[in-house]
Design a protein around this ligand. Sequence first.
Ligand SMILES: C[S@@+](CC[C@H](N)C(=O)[O-])C[C@H]1O[C@@H](n2cnc3c(N)ncnc32)[C@H](O)[C@@H]1O
Length: 477
Amino acid sequence: MIATPLSDTYYERFRSLILTRTGLDFPPPRRDDLTAWLWRAVEALQDVVRYHPDVRLPGGPPTSLESLYNLLLAEEPLAWERVIDALTVSETHFFRYAAQFEALRDHVLPPLIGERRAAGRRMLRLWSAGCASGEEPYSLAILLREMLPDWRDWRLEIIGTDINRLLIAQARQGVFRDWSFREDYALYARDVYFTRTDHRYQLHDSVRSMVRFEVCSLLEKCSPLDDILRDVDLILCRNVTLYFGESVRDWVYQQLQGRLIPGGWLFLGHADPPPPAFAAFDVYHFRGTTAYRRPLAAARPAEPRLAGAGRRHDTAPLVMPPAPAEPSPAETDRLSAEAQYRLGRWHADRQHWDEARYHCMKAIAAEPTYTEVYYTLALIHQALGDRDNAIGALRRAIYLERDWALPRFTLAGLYHAAGQDDQARRELRNVIALTRNLPPDTPIPGGDGLTAARLRSAAERQLASLAANAAPPASPE
Ligand SMILES: C[S@@+](CC[C@H](N)C(=O)[O-])C[C@H]1O[C@@H](n2cnc3c(N)ncnc32)[C@H](O)[C@@H]1O
């Protein structure tokens, strides 16, 4: 199938329809992504019909973007499901942004727990809005298990919602791969709360049953949870609103504020724009992170109206689309290295490892010195159980960027797993040397919020845990 470009007319139609329904915005610089990902949805729908003969779509499976658009306009649930799956970025992992979990553990939850205990009301309501495959609300459940020795005596309502039905189905299963355990604390939690089966980790039922998952869009009323999503103590809505159009985003923040109990907390992702002034949150700065709190005395905000939100047939844009960009090079093989890399990451987020590897290889073929791709490729090889190629890709990344500490840290783990502890120690010492003189809060490139101080202390801990057989060099090679 030849993936033809999106015409100007259909670009604007899709952009507006998708923005209205999901909040996701694809301004002109992201037109290539939109085109490539809509074609993914077309292919996914063709596969569903091919492999499930009982599934019928009006007019048969789409073969063009125009026929896909008609299915969306006709509110065909399967078409929306596959388009949402194609367009949403589902990257997540356990205890993502360690600084936020530290702020919760050390500053936010202890007084809340203390107050509730004192009032004899042992209940907490936590909501992970845009929870993807569930790592985020399960991290909250694990954190509470660690903080509350008497957790069985509490009413703990932990809710995970997401617009992506396929991700929610995955979240409910509670089965994860190595990819989901990248943080230091996640590795500890993996040992305590998961059972390893093959290359996967099954979350213990006693934690799995603590979280309730529902498919809900932040732009629409969440009927199954309408009574529950009130007076929420804590909302994590991280790495969701950065993909939204501005007016939708502000509206969503206001809605979230209305769902919080006075004094309740909102945590956003590091790249999510802050709430607008009119949503009137108090802003708190903790070590390495910022949090938003609904003022204690504030009256509930009036129910704001969002033009177009939830009106599914309305194709009028919420935000006027700017002038269209240049037509895209649409056939995936002709995409730029950057677009190939984005597709590679898109597949990696969904654990489509073969496709992820294919697109990363294409990115490297187009641009052999594209350093980040080698790092991602190494993680993909690792997920595929191909340690040698993972090591090769990391060494290439280090060769291209000798001062980048992250691939050295990952490489140390692989060397250790391969029984090559001398090399592991050498890389850990390199990590320590590279991060030692950086200001503690310096973000590590590719580290998803990881700071220099955290990486250094993780390297120090790992180094201490390896038996010291030889004295490796103390400075980067
Ligand atoms: C990058 S993931 C973030 C996962 C997790 N919060 C984290 O930070 O690790 C973004 C998630 O937001 C979800 N999402 C996007 N638009 C949404 C909407 N309108 N309503 C609910 N969820 C949405 C996506 O499906 C995706 O799973």
